[in-house]
Design a protein around this ligand. Structure first.
Ligand code: NDP
Length: 315
């Protein structure tokens, strides 16, 4: 039978390119979890995805109610859930003030980490009961949350500190909107959220890989300098960033190539190892990359997991 992959944020960029790459093989049905149904439907059509190769289900990760409703709606489709890809993200590098999700969490960590944390925890049941031979839960990471790399050392650096802001609910009311309890910084909030993504993937691996047989993985697909992720950046940055990445850092990758990379992590029979953070070299060959000290700290992963459970109402 065909595999079924759930992909969040499949209405643009990496998520759309991955949905298209998978659907084109004829071996996958894609459930696109998107906040804007019309945009997703237009994007899938414009990308040339065949009708019947995908289903769009509404998902707003900035609301835990919406996440829970999404899980219900996916179950009602009566399709197995064989792979889940947590891909959607917001990046607000120029925001002066924090904005908040429906549940009152700072937006970047609320959407990128907490919304996905609840989604992944809920859908783990569905993955576990699927009879697909290689079941996978993938959380898209980033080099920018990784301070052992050059790109990860561009200030402001990711740093979760002692997690006091997360423990206090990240709501900016009487407490900080930042995980480490510091001053709000939109670029740092994004990087912190990506560190949480990578810690979550490893904690899933430690807690559930043996018991469920599910492969847990993260990846850095390369710098996809053309996606909407940079939509809130200043115009000069948006103009110069793609050529800078292409010719100076040489880390540039097209949306199509990045989509093929993520599609490999979804379906390639050689990428079944669990607990791995995948990257690609200049010849587009995949390898198991090292994470920064903070992004691979098991104690921190456990604490982030436990605090996140409380915030999303699982504990
Ligand atoms: P895009 O902005 O193109 O895609 C992000 C997607 O997330 C969009 O589909 C967007 O929906 C969706 N989204 C945003 N907020 C919500 C929400 N509240 N609920 C549901 N969906 C939401 O960026 P990319 O494709 O570049 O990013 C995809 C992933 O790749 C992210 O996890 C990012 O961190 C990661 N990444 C990107 C890199 C890059 O260089 N671009 C490098 C490394 C990692 P909508 O279409 O409605 O706006």
């Amino acid at each position: 039978r065909k595999g079924t992959a759930v992909i969040t944020g499949a209405s643009s960029g990496l998520g759309l390119a991955t949905a298209k790459a998978l659907a084109e093989t004829g071996k996958w049905h894609v459930i696109m979890g998107c906040r804007d149904f019309l945009k997703a439907s237009r994007a899938a059509k414009a990308a040339g995805m065949e009708k019947g190769s995908y289903t769009i289900v509404h998902l707003d990760l900035a609301s835990l109610d919406s996440v829970r409703q999404f899980v219900k709606n996916v179950r009602q489709l009566e399709m197995p859930v064989d792979v889940v890809v947590c891909n959607a993200a917001v990046y607000q590098p120029t925001a002066k003030e924090p904005s908040f999700t429906a549940d009152g969490f700072e937006m970047s960590v609320g959407v990128n980490h907490l919304g996905h944390f609840l989604l992944a925890r809920e859908l783990l049941q569905d993955l576990t009961s699927s009879d697909y031979p290689s079941k996978r839960l993938i959380i898209v990471g980033s080099i920018t949350g990784n301070t052992n790399t050059l790109a990860g050392n561009v200030p402001p650096k990711a740093n979760l500190g002692d997690l006091r802001g997360l423990a206090a609910g990240l709501n900016g009311v009487g407490s900080s909107a930042m995980i480490d309890g510091g001053e709000f910084d939109g670029a740092k909030a994004y990087k912190d959220s990506k560190v949480c993504n990578m810690l979550t993937m490893q904690e899933f691996h430690r807690r559930y890989h043996e018991e469920t047989g599910v492969t847990f993985a993260s990846l850095y697909p390369g710098c996809i300098a053309t996606t909407g992720l940079f939509r809130e950046h200043i115009p000069l940055f948006r103009l110069l960033f793609p050529p800078f990445q292409k010719y100076i850092t040489k880390g540039y990758v097209s949306e199509e190539e990045a989509g093929k990379r993520l599609a490999q992590v979804v379906s390639d029979p050689s990428l079944t190892k669990s607990g791995v953070y995948w990257s690609w070299n200049n010849n587009s060959a995949s390898f198991e990359n090292q994470l920064s000290e903070e992004a691979s700290d098991p104690e921190k992963a456990k604490k982030v997991w436990e605090l996140s459970e409380k915030l999303v109402g699982l504990a």
